[in-house]
Design a protein around this ligand. Sequence first.
Ligand SMILES: C[S@@+](CC[C@H](N)C(=O)[O-])C[C@H]1O[C@@H](n2cnc3c(N)ncnc32)[C@H](O)[C@@H]1O
Length: 329
Amino acid sequence: MGKSSKDKRDSYYRLAKEQGWRARSAFKLLQLNSQFNLFADATRVVDLCAAPGSWSQVLSRTLPPTSTIVSLDLQPMTPLPGVITLQADITHPSTLPLLLQHLGNEPADLVVSDGAPDVTGLHDLDEYIQSQLLLAALNLATCVLKPGGGFVAKIFRGRDVAVVFAQLRCLFDRVTCAKPRSSRGSSIEAFVVCEGYSPPTGFKPSLEAPLGLGTKFPESGRGVSAGPNGRDKEEEHLVDGVREAELRETEGGEDGDHDDAQEARYIVPFIACGDLSEFDSDATYALPEVDEFGQKWKSKDPIQPPTAPPYKTALEMRRQLGGGGPPKS
Ligand SMILES: C[S@@+](CC[C@H](N)C(=O)[O-])C[C@H]1O[C@@H](n2cnc3c(N)ncnc32)[C@H](O)[C@@H]1O
């Protein structure tokens, strides 16, 4: 396949190269921000699962220059100006102290996570691993966020996504499921946008007991700030840690084989974001004839080839076996 063929089929891939973003994912964060104004007043931001770094680029280009941006990933990341880049596993207990150290033990305004596992194609497994990454990101977020802070994370809209929404709703005033225009419609990927971090009184963030599992929040000790529906939080009841008034229990599972009475589910608003004038990520577009300088348009190379892609070993092994390098494009 020619280089320009991918440019035609994926306008966000082409635009990312032309605008200097390390990955097309940059447009997802830009479109989420234009819908939710995520960066208003944010000067201390954590970018989890950040490699190759396009979300960190968006943060460093958008936030005030004195901001603290801490980005981490399993993979090494090529440094970015104004960004602290760390190599760490968000599921590992040693990551929290590292993060806090680089935040100078001050709370963060916003935690974003675009974490994704290497997809196996086995949908249940992929969804499970994705949900574990989301929970790991959320656990870290609860340990570093300031009250009122925000959390944005990639989610796969699988069968049990409403259970995850219920857990999130327990910790934030507003939870929305958002699909940016640059995220392919054919993909089950979406983003949870959680605003107004306000854990129930008595909730102690801890990696040992993630999400306060097993914690009974005292009825009497709850905060009294107005809840999202204008109710006092004191009036809300917690069921398995979820605000009861906001729950939508489902009767019988899809296949009726598990006890749904134990499961708290919550239906969140779903918002498609990005202007209709922007590219549709599932459509193919004609390539421009000239570039921004009026010169004949030419396909560009990616800004930042992966530093240590997981498939590097496979390519090396193939080369050693005489199979040649990656296919020429
Ligand atoms: C879709 S990419 C992120 C793209 C990034 N937001 C950007 O704009 O360049 C998903 C990233 O999740 C990272 N990841 C997966 N599991 C992780 C883990 N346990 N800890 C840290 N990073 C992880 C992968 O290494 C990969 O770089």
